[in-house]
Every structure is written in structure tokens, then in C-alpha cells.
Write a protein that binds this ligand. Structure first.
Ligand code: KDG
Length: 321
């Protein structure tokens, strides 16, 4: 099987033991997380050989990130260690003030990944790559990271890879509609597989029918998947539309659910499963992920997905093919 390559920033995540306002949290668990890295780890756990492009600082946290990826079997060859900039850190606030909602505070300005530049890319990394995945977070990190992400998409395309892009708008990074369009439009237009969500669509197209506008902008995409949280997910492909309802589960930590979805959807597609089945596995991976703290720890294997779907009575749906 050819490999998948992802690109983005992986950070140290400080996740409080308790729910509630960050002001009053005394004890934190250390995790590692970052959207594209989460997607790649999910795919690797589902048997797809993956590699990851990023930069980490020349510090203990950078070593933790590289070791974690290696332990998963992800190729860390394309990871740069940057002695001039640190590995980023962020803090999580769970279930406050809105129950079940997670918010984040970043300490990532000037991070190693935000200074990853197009000069750091090596075209040989893309040889034999079937799919390249990046999200709207990476170009939003700064001008260097944006140029690097554009070049990486070009290199991936020249190597014959498909492009997977998740709009992944983080309001702390792309505050308004204009900034979001300036950052994301060319990636949306370059994507073969595009993921977005109801919140991102509302941010990008505050007026009119946002979904129609997005589908128009994504006219080059073979598949557009819209994640609708508790309402499930819908895929648009040629003239067909497929929908899968969400599974109702208790939410402990929402972070990483969208990435688990992307990873399980993409791994399903690359394993030859139908789009409907890919949606179901994506939903299941997302549902498993919201039930635990940390983005990467809950990411399931095929057999864990099977156990979960069986528990929810979905194994008889005729979709597991
Ligand atoms: O998708 C979850 C991620 O958003 C989160 O864990 C951290 O990558 C991250 C970001 O930039 O917010």
C-alpha cells in the first residue's frame, strides 16, 4: 500500500483533571495533540502507513512528540528540529461555561511549526504518496507555514497524490470571514477530498446558503464531507448525497473528534470501503473520541470500531462491507 503524508503542528496539550474554569485548575494531564497529527495517528492505527511533516523545538516536549509518533509507527523522517523556536503548548478548558463544550488557550505564537518553511520541504518525501492531508490550522499559523503548506500541496499533486483538506477553522487563529477566506480558499479549491463543518461554513459564509457556496467553491473536489456534530455527517459526491446519523454518547472532551472522523473516513476510503461505510466509521471514531480526555489516546483500531458499532447495534446495518 502507498503511504499517506500529513502536515501540521503537534503541540503539548495540558488537559485539566477536572472540568471547569481554567482559572481554578490545579492539576493537569500532559497529552500531545494537533489536528493533522491526530488524523495521521488515526489512519496509522487503521493500518495505513503514514508519515508526518512538521517542526518541533529542540526541547523535551519536541522529543515527546517525535517519540509518540514513532511509537505509533508513523514515519518521522520529515520532522525538523528547530533550535531557534520552541514546541507549542496549549491548555484545555472543559465543560465551562457551556456544559460539554471544550475551549483552548494556545501558547503557540513563534513556535517551531509556525516557522516551518517551504525551504524545509523535500520533494522526495512525496514519492509514493497516495494522499496528502493538511487542514486550515497550518496556513493560519503564519506566512511561513502558509507558504510551506501551499508548496507541500503542489509537491503532493506533482507526485500524483490526492489532496485531503479540512477547513478546521480555529477562531483564535482566523478571527473573521475575510481572514478565513484569504487563508483557506486556495486549499479548498485544491482539495480532492474536502472536510468541513457546520460552524466553519457559518464562519466562511455568514450570509445566504453557506453549504451551497462551499460546494460551489469546492467544484474540483471528488468528495465533500460536512460534519454536523450531533446531527451526523453528510458526503456529497458527483450527484449523490450520503448521510449517516451521529451516535449519541456522553461527551467528556470534544477535542479531536473531527480528526478521528477524518482519519477513519480516509482510512476506510483507502481500504476500498463505500462512502456510506466510511461515514459510519468516521462517526464511530468521533463518538469514541469525545468519550475520553486527550485527542490521540481514544483513537480506535478496526477491531475497537467493530466492538463499538456492535454495541450500538450498527453491525446489522448492511454497511460493514
Ligand atoms: O482538532 C483538535 C485540535 O484542534 C486540538 O487538539 C489542537 O490542533 C489543535 C489546534 O490547533 O487547535
Amino acid at each position: 500500500m502507498k503511504r499517506v503524508l500529513g502536515m501540521g503542528e503537534i503541540m503539548i496539550q495540558m488537559n485539566p483533571v477536572e472540568r471547569g474554569s481554567l482559572k481554578f485548575q490545579q492539576t493537569f494531564e500532559r497529552h500531545i495533540a494537533g489536528s493533522e497529527g491526530n488524523v495521521i495517528i488515526q489512519m496509522q492505527r487503521l493500518g495505513i502507513p503514514c508519515g508526518f511533516i512538521t517542526a518541533v523545538g529542540d526541547d523535551e516536549f519536541g522529543q515527546v512528540i517525535v517519540s509518540a509518533l514513532r511509537a505509533e509507527g508513523v514515519d518521522t523522517g520529515p520532522i525538523k528540529t528547530d533550535a531557534a523556536h520552541p514546541t507549542a503548548v496549549y491548555f484545555v478548558q472543559r465543560s465551562y461555561p457551556i456544559p460539554g463544550k471544550t475551549t483552548v488557550r494556545y501558547y503557540r505564537k513563534g513556535s517551531a511549526a509556525s516557522f516551518f518553511s517551504e525551504k524545509d520541504l523535500d520533494p522526495s518525501w512525496f514519492e509514493g504518496t497516495e494522499l496528502f492531508h493538511v487542514s486550515g490550522i497550518t496556513p493560519a499559523l503564519g506566512p511561513e507555514a502558509k507558504k510551506a503548506a501551499i508548496s507541500a500541496v503542489e509537491m503532493a499533486k506533482s507526485a500524483g497524490a490526492r489532496i485531503s483538506f479540512d477547513t478546521n477553522i480555529r477562531i483564535n487563529l482566523l478571527k473573521d470571514t475575510e481572514t478565513a477566506h484569504a487563508c483557506l480558499d486556495e486549499f479548498i479549491q485544491a482539495a480532492d477530498i474536502l472536510f468541513s463543518g457546520s460552524g466553519d461554513i457559518a464562519h466562511l459564509f455568514p450570509q445566504g446558503n453557506g453549504q451551497e457556496e462551499l460546494l460551489k467553491m469546492a467544484k474540483n473536489s471528488r468528495t465533500v464531507v460536512i460534519k454536523r456534530g450531533g446531527e451526523g455527517a453528510t458526503a456529497y459526491e458527483d450527484n449523490s448525497e450520503f448521510h449517516c446519523d451521529a451516535l449519541k454518547v456522553e461527551v467528556i472532551d470534544e477535542l479531536g473528534a473531527g480528526d478521528a472522523f477524518d482519519g477513519a473516513f480516509l482510512a476506510s476510503v483507502l481500504s476500498g470501503k463505500s462512502t456510506e461505510t466510511a461515514l459510519m466509521y468516521g462517526n464511530a471514531a468521533g463518538a469514541i473520541t469525545v468519550g475520553l480526555k486527550g485527542d490521540i489516546e481514544p483513537l480506535p483500531t478496526w477491531s475497537e470500531l467493530g466492538v463499538f458499532l456492535k454495541w450500538y447495534g450498527r453491525e446489522d446495518s448492511g454497511l460493514l462491507r
